[in-house]
Ligand binder design. Structure first.
Ligand code: TXA
Ligand code: MG
Length: 317
């Protein structure tokens, strides 16, 4: 059932479904999340089932304020500085978990991922639920993240009790995931909060870590993948007629492609991040044999965008 988040009682209906143990997709500032009660093992298991997600890929717990954070996790001084600077917002902190958090949420790890999303509808929903809510991106495991309610409906359909439609998500790329421990900051997944923003407030340069499961599954290579093979390249394929093109700005000659998605002709990387998943969803639906993605500059938000493109391309190699 799709419910308009701005209709009277819309958020209430969604909150009640979560409290009853159901699954509710809701907008955040990054992408749509698939929400369920974090402290209910059964509800959390149903999230894994609906997504087809392996049990060793832990979930992010979402809450509406810092008091609620203390129910699930411990923030050390560095984590507190980050929380003050960036919450509510697109930052996830991996920090020591409170014993109330079921092991199924963290895949047995001693640390839990937590964030306060910066989106009015998400915050109202979380406040109305009044309990911590797990919310992975609301897509089938390994597929493109959803930035609209219809992406969620296409990917998960009847597996979700309620899709709370709050329009397209403003950022369009998932949160930055940071592990904070022992006075060190590790970047597990790049996102809208960039390394330089983190260094500026903490005085610590985040260290990019690439680990295999289970300590950070978002780092699995084949993630965020469209069904159509994707290749990152500056070169045109032999037969552009059969290919889709993802590019910052189109060039003369690009009209030979079957389908072209321009992310941001003026080079604005925020706009490019915002359009990335929708552009990939569209190219995937265009019936191409191949998607060519032209590389973007890897500075600022470009790091997060190239991270998602590299993963999508890795699925095919
Ligand atoms: O923007 C977002 O973060 C979205 C919205 C809905 O909040 N959620 C999201 O969740 O992207 P998901 O499940 O698709 O990605 C969660 C990522 C995993 O890829 C993993 O790297 C990391 O968070 N993660 C979760 N729990 C962790 C833990 N205990 N230790 C290390 N990494 C963890
Ligand atoms: Mg995801």
């Amino acid at each position: 059932m799709i419910v308009d988040a701005n209709s009277p009682g819309g958020i209430r209906v969604a909150a009640e479904r979560i409290l009853a143990g159901g699954l509710v997709a809701f907008p955040t500032e990054t992408v749509y999340g698939l929400g369920a009660l974090a402290l209910s093992e059964d509800a959390v298991r149903s999230v894994f089932r609906a997504k087809g997600r392996p049990a060793d890929d832990p979930l992010i717990v979402h809450v509406h304020d810092v008091t609620a954070v203390s129910r699930v996790a411990e923030l050390d001084p560095v984590a507190k500085v980050l929380a003050d600077a960036f919450w509510p917002g697109p930052l996830t902190l991996v920090v020591p978990k409170h014993h109330d958090v079921p092991d199924v949420v963290t895949s047995g790890l001693p640390a839990v991922a937590v964030r306060i999303p910066g989106h009015r509808i998400a915050l109202e929903l979380l406040a109305e639920v009044g309990e911590p809510v797990v919310a992975p991106s609301a897509n089938p495991f390994g597929r493109l993240s959803p930035t609209t309610a219809s992406h969620v409906a296409e990917g998960l359909g009847e597996k979700v009790d309620v899709i709370l439609d709050g329009g397209p998500t403003p950022l369009g790329i998932e949160s930055t995931v940071l592990r904070v421990s022992g006075g060190e900051v590790q970047l597990l997944r790049p996102g809208a909060i960039t390394s330089s923003m983190i260094a500026e407030v903490t005085g610590l340069e985040p260290r990019r870590v690439r680990e295999s499961r289970p300590s950070s599954p978002g780092q699995l290579e084949s993630h965020y993948a469209p069904r159509t093979p994707i290749v990152i390249s500056e070169e045109d394929p032999p037969d552009p007629q059969r290919a889709g093109l993802l590019t910052l700005a189109a060039r003369p000659g690009d009209e030979r492609y079957r389908s072209v998605m321009e992310l941001a002709p003026d080079g604005d990387l925020r706009l490019a991040a915002n359009r990335l998943f929708d552009a990939l969803h569209r190219l995937d639906a265009a019936g191409c044999d191949l998607i060519i993605a032209r590389p973007l500059p890897e500075c600022g938000l470009g790091e997060a965008i190239m991270d998602r493109l590299n993963r999508a391309a890795a699925a095919e190699s």
